[in-house]
Design a protein around this ligand. Structure first.
Ligand code: GTP
Length: 650
């Protein structure tokens, strides 16, 4: 599946106007049907749900426009979860999602629903809104035929609303437009409707007005989904064919595969084969997410559910794979275009003895997040570890948090870097994922034809009064402004091409502060351009630390070099000797700072005092040491590595 975002709005919207359904929505009085009967093993019998009685849809929106809250209301309405008044984003199951209040992982939930006397099996996929997780959205759409495009009535159309609309439209999904948060005093539904009409050429009459928080208008949602979502294609008579679109690791049963059944049916005991590897598996359990794993007697064409088979190793689960029944091969589905890593960072165990367990944890976690790429890396300073590729810095940070919380790993992560390209005069092109591998000035001069950096095509949406600030922001970050147009009389869409390296640092924070939070931002990769790049080395007491090296545009060398030295001085603790920090580029030192030696014994003030106080102080120090790494004689905290990426505020 491709990430399709390239067509001009008007073309897409005109076609959309042509294809969408214009039926009037009828709402039945009964809101949900009973769960189907169970057999003796406690498996639900869902065989009566043939494609005409199945709807698979997702909810897409800009970040925080209310997707997970809408999912809560629909799950309550259909009795999947009990209405308690306290359900909050129940499909955000991960701790990291609850901590941060964002969805990072698409989650499926099946519901039984009655509409106009017919019983339906409806599968809902709640998707993340942040651009760093757009791969989750694109994969989820492959398991759907329709999607709710949710727009916050107070905020209107935002950058990811547009991006996700393109994604869904490119996949040919039925689009069900909805305006959420109409209960807010700041809601401006008429304005938001105008924006939706103008950006996507959707008729105002087709837009439902709801409040996922108060429940207003919620009873209209599933009837609209049923009427505007196409029936899944495929036939029960064809041989079994299924698309694997998500996987996770369960401590009890091992690898669990989430599949969209495209043809035929499957049940316990069947033998299935992976098109990717040719490996044969025996099916141990099939079922639906309701919202937890709920076994069923079988899964059949049109349904979306999980399959547990004897998949022994995590490496065997390949998202995008097609499965078929033994002796009945089928043509494999196109699968997914692999996610393109936008940033890379090194991950190293704090304690080298934990290398093997960290390796296993990374394998398990990447099973649940196939957009992360993994390569082994050895650093002179940090030892053996991995270089992981992520879709953005939030993605990187979420991955680190999940490793620590879900797998109890203690890791050190280096500053993220974008992948650079080096074109050598002998015709060889090399990709550089690790700054330490970037050639030095002499090599560049003697052997390199050009150095290139990756660009993104960025879309910014904001109120007109911030136009000046936004133009300035883009140009000071080396961006090329391409054009700006209005989506209504006061809101601007600005398109610009900008180096990805600029986005990795502080672009997003500045965007928010310079627009007082009103600007939204989305981007997609846009190839490589020649650029004057330089490697910045960091020396501690004269020794270059490879894990602290960074690559940057030559115009940033002096400011960034000084910044890095200053910031390292702030985060490196005083030790029993002076620590000289130097940054250097092109063989010249750019900045120098000194961390003065520590004179006092930290516990001296506790002598003669209360022993518990002394222990407390020592324990506190131990805590602090957990995320320390010794480079030569110098102890570096985690913040030292991340301080490389932050730019000073200007
Ligand atoms: P991401 O998945 O992180 O993109 O967020 P989301 O789109 O799933 O949004 P979520 O459901 O987490 O809601 C974001 C915030 O908006 C939460 O604080 C919700 O309580 C609030 N919210 C959602 N729907 C409504 C609504 O209809 N009215 C009001 N007033 N608040 C709402």
């Amino acid at each position: 599946m491709m990430l399709l975002r390239a067509q001009p709005l008007t073309v897409v919207a005109a076609t959309f106007r042509h294809t969408r359904t214009m039926q009037k929505i009828h709402i039945s009085r009964r809101l949900y049907s009973e769960r189907p009967p169970e057999n003796k093993r406690g498996e639900l019998d869902i065989t009566t749900y043939t494609p005409e009685r199945i709807r698979n849809f997702s909810i897409i929106a800009h970040i925080d426009h209310g997707k997970s809250t809408l999912a809560d209301r629909l799950l309550e309405l259909t009795g999947v979860i009990t209405k308690t008044g306290k359900n909050k984003q129940v499909l955000d199951k991960l701790k990291v999602e609850r901590d941060r209040g964002i969805t990072v992982k698409a989650q499926s939930a099946s519901m039984f629903y009655e509409h106009n006397g017919d019983k339906y099996l409806i599968n809902l996929i709640d998707t993340p809104g942040h651009v760093d997780f757009s791969y989750e959205v694109s994969r989820s759409l492959a398991a759907c035929q329709g999607t709710i495009l949710l727009v916050d009535a107070a905020q209107g159309v935002q950058a990811q609303t547009v991006a996700n609309f393109y994604l869904a439209f490119g996949e040919g999904l039925g689009i069900i437009p909805m305006l959420n948060k109409v209960d807010l005093p700041t809601a401006e539904p008429e304005r938001a409707v105008l924006q939706i009409e103008s950006a996507f050429e959707i008729d105002a009459a087709d837009i439902l007005h709801i409040s996922a928080k108060t429940g207003l208008g919620i009873e209209q949602v599933l009837p609209a989904v049923i009427e505007k979502t196409p029936v899944p294609q495929g036939s029960i008579g064809n041989p079994f064919k299924a698309l694997l679109f998500d996987t996770w690791y369960d401590t009890y049963v091992g690898v669990v595969c989430l599949m969209a059944i495209k043809d035929g049916s499957i049940q316990r005991g069947d033998k299935i084969i992976s098109s990717h590897s040719g490996t044969k598996y025996e099916v141990m359990e099939v079922g639906i997410m309701h919202p937890e794993q709920t076994p069923t007697t079988m899964l059949q064409v049109g349904q979306v559910g999980y399959i547990v088979c004897n998949m022994k190793s995590i490496a065997e689960a390949h998202v995008g794979d097609t499965f078929y029944r033994e002796k009945h091969p089928v043509e494999a589905l196109p699968g997914f275009v692999p996610a393109k890593s936008m940033v890379f960072a090194g991950i190293f165990p704090i304690d080298t003895g934990e290398f093997d367990s960290l390796k296993e944890s990374i394998q398990k976690l990447t099973l649940n997040d196939s957009s992360v790429s993994v390569h082994k890396e050895t650093s002179a300073a940090l030892g053996q570890g991995w270089r992981l590729g992520f879709l953005g810095t939030l993605h990187m940070d979420v991955f680190r948090q999940r490793l620590e919380e879900e797998y109890d790993a203690s890791v050190l992560i280096t500053a993220p870097t974008v992948p650079y390209q080096i074109k050598y005069r002998d015709g060889v092109t090399k990709f550089i994922r690790t700054p330490a591998d970037f050639p030095d000035a002499a090599t560049i001069q003697d052997f390199v034809e050009s150095t290139l950096e990756p660009y993104v095509a960025a879309t910014l949406i904001f109120p007109e009064q911030y136009l000046g600030h936004m133009l300035e922001l883009c140009t000071t970050h080396r961006g090329d402004i391409q054009n700006h147009t209005f989506i209504d009389e006061t809101r601007v869409i600005l398109k610009c091409r900008i180096p990805m390296a600029e986005i990795v640092t502080d672009f997003f924070d500045k965007l928010k502060s310079k627009s007082q939070g009103f600007a939204s931002f989305d981007y997609e990769e846009s190839g490589y351009d020649k650029s004057d790049l330089v490697k910045m080395e960091v020396m501690l007491n004269g020794e270059s630390v490879d894990a602290l090296a960074a690559v940057m545009h030559k115009t940033s060398v002096v400011t960034v070099g000084r910044d890095i030295a200053k910031r390292l001085k702030e985060v490196i603790r005083r030790q029993l000797f002076d620590i000289i920090i130097q940054t250097a580029a092109n063989g010249k030192v750019v900045a120098r700072e000194t961390v003065k030696q520590l004179r006092k014994n930290v516990t001296a003030k506790c002598y003669g005092g209360d022993i518990t106080r002394k222990m407390k102080l020592l324990n506190k120090q131990k805590e602090g040491k957990k995320r320390m790494k010794k480079i030569g004689k110098v102890e570096l905290p985690q913040e030292a590595f991340l301080s490389i990426m932050t730019k000073s505020q200007d």
